[in-house]
Design a protein around this ligand. Sequence first.
Ligand SMILES: NC(=O)c1ccc[n+]([C@@H]2O[C@H](COP(=O)([O-])OP(=O)(O)OC[C@H]3O[C@@H](n4cnc5c(N)ncnc54)[C@H](OP(=O)(O)O)[C@@H]3O)[C@@H](O)[C@H]2O)c1
Length: 247
Amino acid sequence: MNYYYITGTSRGIGKAFAEHLLENPSNNVIGISREKTIEHLNYRHFFLDLSDAVALTGFKFEPHANAKKIYLINNAGTLGFIKPVGKLEADIIVKNYTLNLIAPSVLTNAFISCYDTADAEKAIVNISSGAGKAPVDGWAVYCASKAAVDMFSRVVDMEQGIRSEHASTSIHKGFKIFSIAPGVVDTQMQDEIRKASKEDFSTLEKFIDYKVNNGLSDPVSVSRKYFRVLENVGNIKEVVFSIKDYD
Ligand SMILES: NC(=O)c1ccc[n+]([C@@H]2O[C@H](COP(=O)([O-])OP(=O)(O)OC[C@H]3O[C@@H](n4cnc5c(N)ncnc54)[C@H](OP(=O)(O)O)[C@@H]3O)[C@@H](O)[C@H]2O)c1
């Protein structure tokens, strides 16, 4: 059996991902978000607010004896309020970093610790963003957290590489990790972007145009592209890339 832990399965990209995986009866999906919207025999849900550091650090991965694959997909994320720095609320800054950056870091650490000796194919996929590569006004916390997720992923990949160089001392398989941006996808996150005020967000028109001119990808086709990466983890050398470049 295969086990996929996915954060943010209640809607958008995470839900499309989970539903796609559940089409295969060998796959079990463990979803984590504040709401549950999936009912399936092979689906289990943990109600967790990932912006709450105390609740987050209490999350425990479970042993899966004889698993063929065990994956963690850190997908949950938020832009928070779209406003320039100076107009943000301190507690919202803390919550947004916790959800976008601290949750993937804490879960990745717990995942590697829990499955280190498991003889399964093991991978972590962080859903990053083009906003981690170039600044967008009004999105400072989001851009900074996604840039940090990219670097966190590169360091984990480096550590796993160093470990595999000493493979003679380790009989267990290492972990693959990716930080993959999905492009611009038609989800609630984009609805929220279009509701921002022009005064606080200079590129508002561009995002309205994406919707008007059918420039948004749909979550189902995006999740299928990610799935092709998951099918091919052993052959992909890059850690940080955009799913648009993977065809
Ligand atoms: N859509 C895009 O154009 C786009 C572009 C680049 C990157 N991304 C990235 O893609 C990922 C998915 O985004 P999306 O567009 O699918 O967004 P979405 O439709 O807004 O879905 C976000 C998911 O994250 C979960 N989530 C939000 N806050 C949470 C919290 N405090 N605790 C637990 N779960 C929480 C939500 O579940 P609950 O509300 O039920 O908790 C929901 O399932 C994000 O990391 C985002 O940054 C999206």
